[in-house]
Design a protein around this ligand. Structure first.
Ligand code: ATP
Length: 213
């Protein structure tokens, strides 16, 4: 199957969780604080201990190194890490100017000092840094949590365009049910150690995929 397929995943104290996310589909995940949403994304990215099987476009995570897996399965953590002095140093090539403009920056941002960035600026730049590797699966942990309404709209539109053009499978974690109704085809709740479909979430996107949990 093309896309992300998770079979009987156990991680932390949670499981079994099974979920399929088609190529170019965006699935929303919500749930109470501490339910394990971040740990779920970390297990899929092979960054935390887990059992079960995870496939991306037919390749099982166990068949390749963790490093190779994470080049294809890109995790955007809720709080990004930066280790060099300026923004530009964190990008292998020049930052895509169209992308910068789409999320509210101009090319000068490459010279900006990391220590002076606001949390919202870090969040938007971390997203661009992740996308620069063109991962085939995106795991987004509250990607607009630090943003004002104008920038939330920018990032949602930017990711919608990115997804249409590049067709990654996306899992988007958020506490904002209205946001998940806007951007996802299906929404699940992680609660009481399992993943359940949220039938209350409206399907507003044009593509609707059948429930696969
Ligand atoms: N390394 C760890 N060892 C043991 N427990 C952990 C570890 N990391 C996280 N936890 C616990 O696992 C639970 C799930 O954490 P997680 O960060 O996944 O929650 P979350 O659903 O993302 O919450 P939030 O919505 O607040 O971000 C929490 O109770 C947390 O304290």
């Amino acid at each position: 199957m093309n896309g992300l397929k998770i079979e009987n995943l156990y991680f932390h104290t949670i499981g079994p969780v099974s979920l399929s996310v088609a190529k170019s589909e965006c699935v929303g995940i919500m749930g109470p604080s501490g339910a394990g949403k971040t740990l779920f994304l970390r297990a899929i990215a092979d960054m935390d201990p887990h059992t079960g099987k995870i496939f991306l476009n037919g390749t099982e995570s166990a068949q390749i190194s963790g490093h190779q897996w994470r080049r294809q399965v890109g995790l955007l953590p809720a709080e990004s890490s930066w280790w060099l002095d300026t923004v530009g140093e964190h990008f292998d090539k020049n930052i895509n100017k169209k992308w910068l403009s789409a999320v509210g920056f101009d090319a000068d941002v490459a010279k900006w000092e990391i220590s002076r960035l606001s949390s919202g600026e870090r969040q938007r730049l971390a997203l661009l840094r992740l996308l620069a590797n063109r991962p085939e699966c995106l795991l987004l942990d509250e990607p607009t949590a630090n943003l004002d309404p104008e920038n939330i709209t920018r990032v949602e539109k930017f990711l919608e365009t990115y997804q249409r053009e590049n067709k990654p499978s996306v899992i988007w974690v958020s506490h904002d049910s209205e946001q998940l109704s806007r951007i996802s085809t299906r929404c699940f709740i992680l609660k009481n150690k399992s993943l359940i479909i949220n039938h209350k979430s409206q399907i507003t996107n044009e593509h609707h995929f059948p429930d696969t949990v």
